[in-house]
Design a protein around this ligand. Structure first.
Ligand code: NAI
Ligand code: MG
Length: 360
């Protein structure tokens, strides 16, 4: 099988980690022999935007649709306002390709340390999947700013929640929880202060939950209290479902609690499989460490493993597991970047993972 993958490295460390991920994916395919990747790399980035005035060409979405999957690095650079870079690349791709689910697993990799005291004794206490609503909510892009004297400007940022949009993410979250050993789902809102959209979220949650009574254990949290629970009782959580904004924030926290934002993967999925899904580490372009060769590539490799799993649709799970095992062997051996307390560079960690893939 040949998988056509569109690679979009983007900016900053996105370029280094995408290159590394391509190497690892090619090695995995080569060692396996039953599948391979046909990568097409697109130079869509903030750097290119500054030179030519556009991020993606007019036919970008049509081009992406011709691929089986998209591998994304990161977009954003200090010389371009972040809302311009995000709204010209990552957000339109997610929306146009029906990627309404963003799956973000978090756990502590062996040989690495969580800042949580309890987890230092028992890393298994933190093992979560955050299911992020990826198409509407606070990132619907609706709203505006009044014109006139800027000191009197008024801006609105309209969050949009639809029954259909909420129901499909809830169903995905319950199905995800159902497949996990602990079968627990925690739904996060802020329905005490936000009295329209968040109240609808609660309502749809309990409606869908009726179908899973006795199968999935479920509960509800307010997002502020949720941050406390993540720190104080990580073992009480399994699958977490939240809105676009809330899950965005909670997943950065989750990654930090698991050791580093540099390890955290994400899958932007179109569950109908009509359009290609997109795989990317959750971190950004990290301008502060870009070009230094010290970015942690493990979030990119973990995302690559999730891409293999998705592309295989059940037939390449063993190969995805091999890649995860390779990553874990490398962290156990202490070959780690600085964010994980090590002293190795991106290339050394990549080389170590390549060696493990070959050995396994
Ligand atoms: P960031 O995730 O790029 O960096 C936050 C901190 O984590 C920095 O100190 C950075 O050095 C560190 N870090 C991130 N990834 C790392 C890795 N792989 N290894 C080691 N350390 C790592 O977030 P920030 O600084 O808020 O955003 C930078 C740019 O990235 C902005 O333009 C932002 O809009 C963009 N961004 C893009 C995303 C995307 O393309 N999906 C996601 C998040 C931010
Ligand atoms: Mg984020």
């Amino acid at each position: 099988t040949v998988f056509k993958v569109a690679a979009i490295p983007g900016d900053g460390i996105g370029v280094d980690i995408t290159e590394a991920a391509k190497e690892v994916l090619n090695k995995l395919a080569q060692c396996d022999g039953t599948f391979r990747f046909d990568f097409t790399t697109f130079d869509w980035s903030s750097k290119a935007y500054l030179e030519r005035g556009w991020y993606m060409p007019e036919d970008a979405i049509a081009t992406l649709k011709k691929h089986d999957a998209i591998y994304f690095g990161a977009v954003g650079w200090p010389s371009v306002p972040d809302h311009i870079s995000l709204w010209n690349m990552i957000l339109p791709i997610r929306k146009e390709l029906n990627q309404y689910v963003n799956v973000r697993p978090t756990r502590i990799l062996p040989g690495t340390k969580s800042p949580l005291v309890g987890c230092q004794k028992d890393p298994k206490q933190l093992d979560w999947i955050i299911v992020r609503e990826n198409s509407e909510g606070e990132y619907a892009g609706q709203g505006g700013t009044t014109h006139g004297h800027e000191n009197y400007a008024v801006a609105t940022e309209l969050a949009i929640f639809s029954y259909v949009g909420i129901e499909r993410i809830m169903r995905f979250a319950f199905e995800t929880a159902k497949q996990r050993p602990r079968k627990k789902l925690t739904m996060v809102t802020k329905s005490n202060a936000q009295r329209h959209g968040m109240v609808l979220w609660d309502k749809v949650f309990y409606t869908v939950a009726k179908e899973y009574e006795g199968v999935v254990e479920f509960d509800k949290m307010l997002v502020d209290a949720m941050t406390v629970r993540m720190v104080n009782r990580p073992d009480s959580l399994d699958v977490i479902v939240a809105t676009n904004l809330h899950a965005d924030i909670l997943s950065d926290l989750a990654a930090a609690l698991a050791g580093s934002i540099g390890i955290a993967p994400s899958s932007n999925l179109d569950p109908s499989r009509k359009y290609p899904s997109m795989f990317e580490p959750i971190h950004g372009s990290a301008p502060d460490i870009a070009g230094k060769g010290i970015a942690n590539p493990l979030g990119a490799f973990w995302s690559a493993a999730e891409m293999v799993r998705w592309l295989g649709a059940g037939k390449l799970d063993a190969q995805a597991d091999t890649l995860m095992q390779a990553i874990e062997n490398v962290t156990v051996a202490g070959v780690k970047t600085r964010d994980l307390g090590g002293d190795r560079g991106t290339q050394e960690v990549t080389k170590a993972v390549l060696d493990q893939v070959e050995r396994l």
